[in-house]
Design a protein around this ligand. Structure first.
Ligand code: DGL
Length: 259
């Protein structure tokens, strides 16, 4: 396996930090470069073309930083841009956040699994199509939950308002009869406590750990540098939340790639 110096990760904002946290637990010695495209948040409401455009600029930037492996730490970008990125950058290894979770779901016994995601992710049908291509009796029921990312990014986590909105979504008829729930957006693992108290008895799928496990199979390098964190727009709110939610007092550097 070729040695990878650094792992790049990107998301529209804070969400990918759930994947970064899992990676830090599993691969503490890997140097990571994180890019949060806060200028264009939320991705989930953008067209596929726009998401491909933003993602391409970010991957070029991460490649220029020396990243040989890119974690597309955003379901919306994984669904809309994953294939295009692989074609545009054949020299890089890409791990999207959908395939490892689909592989995990396909290994479960027959059941109905719920999936919450952004409009872009649910519209793509990526989870259902990839799961249907596997030999599995697991059925997927997907629901777009567009209010959740703005609530998290606006600091409503743990206020009760996040739980009320989540409860509204989980009462939707598509979620009837589910025995497990996939957070199909990298922001949503932050809602695990609220979701599992609303849907007691339903298994919460630990998507960030499943993705980190897949990444760990590709990484065989050694720490070359410290981690680096970039943003396309710097807001006090984002910096406060990164610190409050993830205990990150990292130095975020502003790098604007696309308007
Ligand atoms: N965290 C991202 C995802 O997994 C994007 C959320 C958004 O910007 O809409 O889909």
């Amino acid at each position: 396996m070729a040695s990878i110096e650094k792992i790049g990760l990107f998301d529209s904002g804070l969400g990918g930090l759930t994947v970064l946290s899992a990676l830090n637990r599993m691969l503490p010695d890997a140097a990571k470069v994180y890019y949060g495209d806060t200028l264009h948040l939320p991705y989930g409401d953008k067209s596929d073309d726009a998401i491909i455009g933003y993602s391409t600029e970010i991957v070029q930037f991460l490649k220029d930083q020396g990243c040989g492996l890119i974690v597309i730490a955003c379901n919306s970008a994984s669904a809309a841009a994953g294939k295009a990125l692989e074609e545009l950058f054949p020299e890089l290894i890409f791990i999207n956040v959908i395939d490892p979770v689909v592989d995990y779901l396909a290994s479960l016994p027959a059941q109905t699994v719920g999936l919450l995601g952004t409009r872009a992710t649910v519209r793509s049908g990526a989870y259902s199509q990839k799961l249907a291509a596997k030999n599995t009796d697991v059925q997927l029921q997907a629901l777009a939950t567009p209010l959740l990312v703005p609530l998290i990014e606006d600091g409503f986590l743990g206020t009760g308002i996040d739980a009320s909105v989540l409860e509204h979504y989980l009462k939707d008829s598509t979620m009837k009869g589910i025995t497990a729930l996939v957070p199909g957006c990298t922001h949503y693992p932050l809602l695990e406590k609220a979701a599992t108290s609303i849907l007691s008895g339903v298994d919460w799928v630990d998507a960030p750990s499943i993705v980190a496990e897949t990444v760990s199979k590709h990484w065989s390098g050694q720490r070359s540098e410290s981690d680096a964190f970039y943003l396309s727009d710097r807001t006090d709110n984002f910096l406060r939340l990164a610190e409050k939610t993830f205990g990150m007092d990292a130095c975020w550097e502003l790098v604007r790639l696309a308007d």
